[in-house]
Design a protein around this ligand. Structure first.
Ligand code: MG
Length: 202
């Protein structure tokens, strides 16, 4: 199983980090060891003083494929979840400044938090509302209609380069409002009105 992540897929988030709006999806991969065990707390790693939450819609690939056309791409995922793409922002900034890959800042153990999955038919994926609350205060308020690249665009683009397999996950990018986590924080995520995540930071 691989975890494919999209960077800068919401214009307001690209702007808040001083990045340009990309012409093509920005792609990176987390290893499967990045997945935080269900129900576990998130531990801030010792190598970062600035770990950020990034709440994202996650797609689960349900059918293998390569060179998938955008008009067929919706058939390749049947379930969605929310996820947090934890990012060691200080380390990422150092790597970016040197033109180096981001993996250490993005792929460390526990950096991929994934909620339970839900059938996509239960939602309007093109107009989905999701939000993150830090210590009961809303910090991210996302709408998938603001995505630069839709799930179908992403699947079509990524599958030109990587064969998609059943069970692969795609993190589709975060809206604006990313920020630092602190010990003893509680993060709660909502998919539409439903609370789907309750995570303690250690
Ligand atoms: Mg992200």
């Amino acid at each position: 199983m691989k975890i494919i992540c999209i960077g800068r897929n919401y214009a307001a988030h690209a702007a808040e980090l001083g990045n340009e709006i990309p012409e093509n999806p920005v792609i990176f991969i987390k290893p499967d060891t990045a997945v935080l065990k269900k129900g576990a707390d998130f531990y801030i790693p010792e190598f970062s003083q600035d770990v950020h939450y990034e709440l994202e819609v996650v797609l689960k690939i349900s059918k293998g494929g390569k060179y998938i056309q955008p008009e067929n791409a919706a058939q390749y995922y049947q379930e969605i979840a929310l996820g947090i793409d934890f990012t060691a922002r200080d380390l990422q900034s150092q790597l970016k400044a040197k033109g180096l890959p981001w993996e250490l800042a993005k792929g460390f153990d526990g950096s991929a938090v994934i909620t339970e999955f839900f059938p996509k038919e239960d939602f309007d994926v093109k107009d989905l509302h999701f939000s993150l609350h830090r210590n009961k205060e809303m910090v991210q308020n996302g709408h998938t209609k603001q995505m630069i690249f839709s799930p179908e665009d992403i699947i079509a683009f990524v599958s030109k380069y990587f064969t998609l397999r059943v069970g692969d996950l795609i993190f589709t990018g975060t809206p604006e409002g990313v920020g630092k986590v602190y010990e003893n924080d509680v993060l709660e995520a909502y998919l539409e009105q439903q609370k789907v995540l309750d995570l303690r930071i250690q």
